[in-house]
Design a protein around this ligand. Structure first.
Ligand code: 6PG
Length: 239
């Protein structure tokens, strides 16, 4: 497998290309397996893609199952909720509601919510289910999902979902772990804007230091099928 890096002129074209890929993988999954399981992330770059996807999609959304790569520990109505954002930016515009299993950010015990989600995912896998696509953003520090630099979750090799703390220690998160995200057939990473130029160069061309730059866990794993979409501003420092 390989890492494919595609450069798009701007954020709008990046979102459109992401939707084109998602629609292609979705059509393939539905044709071959009758279902399309896709893991969604939070963040402004994924959000822009969801908005276009909701307006453009031609998939049979009754046979799509949405999972989450991470969630903030807030109720779904909270403005920071990834599930709330996906509901507003993607699901609300769809002709048919997809199946969706959100991480219960409202649980006062994030470890419990993480265990619960991990069990649901394990049950899915044990029944022969798969994850067709994992859509990921890249933070300025190289995090992806809520796998933050240097944290235990980055090194997790057994559990599929754990609770973490965002840097600064005040924002509790629930996140899929590397073994869970690596189960995806296709991984799609999105990075846009000049602020991401440095980290894009680091995670793509820099020395592999995946604990320090967790996005490298996936971008530099040659056993995975990874596509990174960057706009020209974020690609500025690439060779
Ligand atoms: C979250 C995301 C996180 C995000 C990156 C990129 O819940 O915030 O899962 O991993 O995708 O931080 O976010 P931007 O695209 O907004 O920079």
């Amino acid at each position: 497998m390989t890492l494919t890096v595609e450069r798009l002129p701007g954020a709008a074209q990046l979102a459109e290309r992401a939707v084109e890929l998602l629609e292609g993988w979705g059509a393939e999954s539905l044709a071959e397996r009758g279902m399309f399981h896709v893991v969604l992330s939070g963040g402004s770059t994924p959000r822009a893609t969801y908005r276009v996807w909701g307006q453009r999609s031609r998939l049979d959304w009754g046979r799509v199952h949405l999972w989450f790569g991470d969630e903030r520990c807030v109720p779904p109505q909270h403005p920071d909720s990834n599930a709330g954002m996906v509901e507003a930016e993607l699901v609300a515009d769809l002709p048919l509601p997809p199946r969706m299993l959100r991480m219960r950010g409202e649980d006062p015990d994030p470890e419990n919510a993480a265990r619960e989600y991990g069990r649901a995912l394990k049950t899915h896998f044990d029944a022969g289910g798969a994850l067709d696509v994992a859509l990921q953003g890249i933070g300025g520090d190289g995090h992806t999902a809520s796998l933050f630099p240097g944290q235990e979750a980055v090194r997790e090799t057994h559990h599929l979902c754990v609770a973490t703390l965002a840097p600064g220690g005040n924002s509790k998160r629930i996140t899929l772990t590397p073994p869970a995200i690596k189960r995806a057939r296709y991984l799609l990473f999105l990075a846009a804007g000049p602020d991401k130029a440095e980290i894009v160069r680091t995670v793509v061309e820099g020395t592999p230091e995946p604990v320090k730059y967790p996005a490298q866990l996936f971008l530099r794993d040659e056993t995975l099928s990874v596509t990174l979409l960057v706009d020209e501003a974020a690609a500025r420092l690439l060779a």
